[in-house]
Design a protein around this ligand. Structure first.
Ligand SMILES: [Ca+2]
Length: 166
């Protein structure tokens, strides 16, 4: 066993050396992990900011990257903190979009949505406009989980067709 050394005298070893010392049964000196801890904390922070970034847009600000008006924007994720809803990827519906069969990758995936001012979004729970139907007028739906469908169901991950009009 090596003699204990003052913390500031211990060089910061590379990860390989650190693993090596573990294999030899030497108790790791806390200061050796500082770099990894900082990196880990930064990563966590980045992740938490990504989460916080998610925020439902105001209905009257819905535009695509080219400034074209969007009828409704539908998001992959929602959150029980409303200010963190509308996360993940999204799919845009333009005024007049009539989509009886949602793209496969979006089927039963939408968890929150925003409908533009003076627009309305009608959705169905099955493709080809089958199953349950629901019309959303302008506004923010933070959690489709909170929107009842039938007696016990909700609209969480259940949209398979839509029609948007302004
Ligand atoms: Ca979802």
């Amino acid at each position: 066993m090596p003699q204990p050394q003052p913390l500031d005298a211990v060089p910061v070893p590379s990860p390989e050396k650190w693993e090596g010392s573990v294999r030899k049964g030497v108790k790791p000196v806390p200061s050796c992990c500082a770099d990894q801890l900082v990196a880990f904390a930064l990563l966590l922070c980045a992740l938490c900011f990504l989460g916080l970034d998610a925020q439902c847009p105001e209905p009257n600000t819905l535009k695509d990257a080219e400034g074209k008006k969007i009828c409704a924007r539908m998001f992959e994720d929602s959150n029980y903190y409303y200010e963190q809803s509308c996360g993940g990827q999204y799919i845009d519906a333009y005024p007049g979009d009539d989509v009886p069969i949602i793209p496969w990758s979006w089927n039963n995936r939408i968890s929150s949505l925003v409908v533009n001012k003076l627009c309305s979004l009608t959705v169905w729970s099955r493709i080809k406009k089958n199953g349950s139907k629901r019309k959303f007028s302008s506004g923010i739906v933070y959690r489709l989980k909170d929107v009842q469908q039938g007696l016990f169901g909700s609209w969480e991950n259940d949209i398979s067709a839509y029609y948007c009009v302004c």
